[in-house]
Design a protein around this ligand. Structure first.
Ligand code: NCD
Length: 300
């Protein structure tokens, strides 16, 4: 049975944990597991991407898929073709699944009639389920649990699909999430905590990029002033708990939301998150086609 992955809150706690278990298994006992039958996958990226796009591609190649990378430039989208007609075309010409990133929030609502699995690689400000799963895998590798874990999310929360998805996940898994950053970039300004307070509170301090391309707002302050007011400076890093870790979905704007020297410091898991991205994308691709690790990898 085909399984889409559209929003993190569409998963039950059991399904969520099952995907993380599969991702972890891809790092050990099942690292060579592949689809018994080759799949043809299209990666449809209507917005820029490095990590998400190419870690999906890496995961697909490792699973023995054939991969086509679509970009809107040079396609019939330039002639005005709709997203639905584009995706329906990929289905009609023999693709087995599509991975989609699009600037429109919940673009997938238009795609209800598509029969092949759709894996959401980010919709506008809405959801980013695979980023969320890799964030969760990173947290679980570190702490072994989610219950009672304190997650501080700091920066441009309002425009961040990463923040919105992890908030939903922590609600399902029993962690606690608090937000901080410029008041005008909070979903709920009344719940905004001070950055100093959050960095000393969190087991995980997740920094977010200022997503200029989503709001076209110029920062009212210089980059150095932003770092001082809302960023993770060395001074703030020293206020973190000894066991606490730094996360960031990247791309990182060094010297804006985080001091450049902290990107690869001992507390940082930023590159570990990217490694984990390939594992969770392998797990969600496997899930999309209902395959099991057992019984010779046959669809369950
Ligand atoms: C994030 C995204 O695209 O939402 N990046 C990512 O997928 N790793 C965050 C961002 O762009 O700042």
């Amino acid at each position: 049975m085909k399984k889409d992955l559209l929003r993190i809150q569409d998963l039950t706690k059991t399904e969520l944990l099952g995907i993380l278990d599969d991702a972890q298994a891809f790092a050990s006992d099942y690292q060579d597991w592949q689809f018994p039958e080759r799949k043809l996958i299209a990666n449809l990226f209507f917005e820029p991407s490095t990590r998400t796009h190419y870690s999906f591609a890496s995961a697909e190649h490792q699973l023995n898929c054939r991969v086509e990378n679509f970009t809107a430039a040079g396609s019939s989208v330039e002639k005005g073709e709709s997203l639905y007609d584009t995706v329906k075309t990929f289905e009609s010409i023999g693709f087995d699944a599509v991975v989609i990133r699009h600037k429109q929030d919940e673009y997938f609502k238009e795609l209800k009639n598509i029969k092949i699995p759709i894996l959401n690689a980010g919709d506008g400000k809405g959801n980013h389920p695979t980023q969320c799963l890799l964030d969760l895998l990173t947290i679980r590798q570190e702490f072994g649990r989610f219950e009672g874990i304190k997650l501080a999310v700091i920066g441009d929360v309002l425009h961040s699909r990463v923040a919105h998805s992890i908030k939903e996940a922590m609600l399902i898994l029993g962690g606690e999430t608090r937000f901080g950053g410029p008041l005008e970039w909070m979903d709920d300004p009344s719940q905004c905590a001070s950055v100093d307070e959050l960095v000393s509170w969190g087991d995980v301090v997740m920094m977010l990029r200022v997503q200029h391309e989503r709001h076209g707002e110029k920062m009212k302050m210089s980059e150095a002033e932003y770092l001082e007011a809302y960023g993770l400076t060395k001074k703030r890093c020293a206020m973190m708990k000894p066991h606490a870790i730094i996360m960031h979905p990247a791309p990182v704007n060094r010297g804006v939301e985080i001091d450049s020297d902290l990107v690869e410091c001992e507390k940082s898991r930023i590159f570990k998150q990217m490694e984990n991205g390939v594992l969770v994308r392998k797990a969600v691709l496997k899930r999309a086609f209902g395959y099991s690790f057992h019984e010779g990898g046959k669809a369950s």
